[in-house]
Design a protein around this ligand. Structure first.
Ligand code: B12
Length: 216
């Protein structure tokens, strides 16, 4: 039987090498061996996706390659995700999440959503390339306690500030916390536009949401 480290490496390598079937197989073996789904996702699948992103940055991978890597990552997620220890609650706190207008990168947003759902939040996913007013309308309709904005492009990050202004104009700013994240985003930027918080990855996003909403 393979060790946890060997299986994590197989998950990560499988994503980098675009081996969807092998990732699915390794994910099942990993679970059958009794290892925690959370580590399999973060240290296996997400590690592989981060490595694939670096290869794209280094111009060793093309767009099509990165997309095949993400298919392999999702194949593993389908298997591991149902085994994350989910927190249940009668009155779940609602959050709205989406990628701001003009940007179609949604891999990171999907991971943040999965982690927040696993932590017990009721997440309304607006998808990607979301019109900025849609965040505000949905937050109002659904009585959301927080809004999560994602973007990976410098050209679209300004949309986050607009959403904050629109929340303000709708009289919702003091009722709705705003969390932001994605490649070009930083704590400095969050402070500049008046967001309530920023985090670098999906695991930290859960801690941040709990902190902002005073949830133990
Ligand atoms: C995969 C990818 C694509 C895929 C996207 C597939 C998809 N469905 O998402 C495809 C091939 C389609 C693509 C297209 C394009 N891409 Co692209 N892409 C990438 C790449 C290689 C990886 C991104 C990724 O998925 N990373 C893995 C995930 C897990 O990480 P993540 O997204 O950062 O998310 C984590 C954190 O940021 C955080 N987080 C994310 N969101 C949020 C939200 C909140 C609230 C919080 C708290 C945290 C949080 O948690 C996540 C999980 O831990 C990056 C390079 C890079 N290094 O980022 C370029 C990159 C983002 N792309 C880029 C560009 C320019 C484009 C295109 C415009 C290219 C083109 N000329 O057509 C188009 C975009 C078209 C459009 N209008 O949207 C640029 C952006 C440059 C810039 N500074 O603006 C980058 C940086 C590459 C580069 N160096 O040029 N891309």
């Amino acid at each position: 039987m393979s060790s946890k480290e060997e299986l994590l490496k197989r998950l990560s390598d499988g994503v980098v090498e675009m081996e969807e079937d092998d990732v699915a197989e390794a994910a099942q073996e990993y679970l059958d061996a009794g290892y925690p789904a959370f580590d399999g996702i973060m240290e296996g699948l997400v590690d592989g996706m981060n490595r694939a992103s670096e290869l794209y940055e280094a111009e060793e991978y093309f767009v099509t390659d990165v997309l095949l890597c993400s298919d392999a990552m999702y194949a593993g997620l389908d298997i591991l995700r149902p085994h994350l220890p989910e927190v249940s609650g009668d009155e779940k706190v609602t959050g709205v999440i989406g990628v701001v207008e003009g940007d179609t990168h949604d891999i990171g947003k999907n991971l943040v959503k999965i982690m927040l759902e696993t932590a017990g939040f009721n997440m309304i996913d607006l998808g990607r390339d979301v019109p900025l007013t849609k965040f505000v309308e949905t937050a109002k309709e659904e009585h959301a306690a927080f809004v999560c904005l994602s973007t990976l492009m410098t050209t679209t990050m300004g949309g986050m500030e607009t959403v904050i202004q629109l929340l303000d104009e709708a009289g919702l700013r003091d009722k709705v916390k705003v969390m932001i994240g994605g490649g070009p985003i930083s704590q400095k930027y969050a402070d500049k536009i008046g967001a309530d918080g920023y985090s670098q990855n999906a695991v930290e996003a859960v801690k941040l949401a709990k902190k902002l909403l005073n949830i133990a």
